[in-house]
Design a protein around this ligand. Structure first.
Ligand code: GSH
Length: 80
């Protein structure tokens, strides 16, 4: 099982789409959540590692995956 961290913002509808998918599929305990507006260190990590301040972004063992549809597809194929 890879280490999974979701960088997100509560106010972002694309983040909400991923969070909803996680809830519906009981994935909440498998993915660490990082709300970038609540933590400057997390926000800077997203920018430094991912290269842009866009959410949602799933870090898979530290490697960033952007785009809500791609994140959901990854979770379906690899984690469910
Ligand atoms: N196509 C992207 C859209 C994501 C998106 O537009 N996120 C907004 C917040 S709701 C954002 O991070 N905007 C800042 C940016 O793109 O630099 C997805 O589906 O994940």
């Amino acid at each position: 099982m890879p280490k999974l961290e979701l960088y997100y913002m509560d106010i972002c509808p694309f983040s909400q789409k991923v969070l909803r998918f996680m809830s519906e599929n009981n994935l909440n305990d498998k993915i660490l959540l990082k709300e970038i507006r609540l933590n400057d260190y997390d926000r800077e990590t997203l920018i430094n590692v991912g290269g842009k301040e866009q959410v949602p972004c799933l870090f898979i063992d530290g490697k960033p995956l952007y785009e809500s549809d791609d994140i959901i597809a990854y979770l379906k194929e690899n984690i469910l």
